[in-house]
Each structure stands twice: as structure tokens, then as C-alpha cells.
Design a protein around this ligand. Structure first.
Ligand code: FES
Length: 137
């Protein structure tokens, strides 16, 4: 393919990375990286996670919006932001989460507080190692 376009292999790979934005994001180290059902989040890229109770929306995993909550000095919870009632995306509000569609409320850990939702937000597996939170579905 690259020979047909008159590009070297290196030029073709650089162009492909630029189109995907992969090279720039990986080099910056700030954007979460997603691979094979796994989302890697560099915690230092999210100032809101420096304090306990801080919240950050960190991107998508398998098409689902993911948020991280710092629950302790070294503990975090990763949540699927999809409301279990009818699938709207919840937002952080007043020390918890609220659903814009029908008003369900969840505490900061994603547990149900009120509204028509049958359950809390789905919690994802999250593991911290060397400042990187690895989230899996
Ligand atoms: S979709 Fe969230 S309360 Fe209905």
C-alpha cells in the first residue's frame, strides 16, 4: 500500500497515527488509552482526582462513558455512567450523580439513592499501579 502511494513504511505509519490521533495522545500522556476492553487513566492528568471525593469523566470503555471517583487516599471507584433505568448518561451533582432523563439519584459511589432506577450504577474493576488506574469492564 505505501509503495503505491510513494510513501515509505515509516511515513505511512506516521500518517496513520496522525489520522487516529494515537501518536499525539500517547505522547502527551494525558489522554486515557483504551485497548482490548481496558481503559488506562494517568491519574495526574485529572486535577479533580487529587482530593478525596473528587470526580472525573475519563472517557469511554466499550462504548460506555466512564467516571472515576476518588474514595480514599489510595482508593478509587470506576463507574459506568449509563443509568440502569433507561440508559441516559448521569452527571455529577451535589456530592453524587443525577440522571437528566427521569431524575434518579445516586451517591458518589454509584449506589441508588432515589428515583425510578432499579439499581445503582455499574461499578467497573479498577486497579491502581504507579499512578495509572486500569479499568476493565
Ligand atoms: S434513564 Fe435515568 S432515571 Fe430514567
Amino acid at each position: 500500500m505505501s509503495e503505491e502511494l510513494g510513501l515509505t513504511r515509516r511515513q505511512a505509519l506516521a500518517a496513520a497515527a496522525a489520522i487516529c490521533g494515537v501518536g499525539a495522545l500517547a505522547a502527551a500522556g494525558a489522554a486515557p488509552a483504551q485497548a482490548a476492553g481496558r481503559l488506562k487513566v494517568r491519574l495526574s492528568a485529572y486535577p479533580s482526582l487529587k482530593k478525596v471525593g473528587g470526580v472525573a469523566n475519563v472517557g469511554a470503555l466499550s462504548g460506555r462513558q466512564v467516571a472515576v471517583v476518588r474514595t480514599g487516599k489510595k482508593t478509587y471507584v470506576a463507574l459506568d455512567r449509563t443509568c440502569p433505568h433507561a440508559g441516559a448518561i448521569v452527571s455529577a451533582s451535589s456530592g453524587g450523580w443525577s440522571c437528566p432523563a427521569h431524575g434518579s439519584r445516586f451517591d458518589l459511589d454509584g449506589d441508588r439513592v432515589s428515583g425510578p432506577t432499579p439499581s445503582g450504577l455499574r461499578k467497573l474493576r479498577a486497579r491502581v499501579k504507579r499512578g495509572v488506574l486500569t479499568i476493565t469492564g
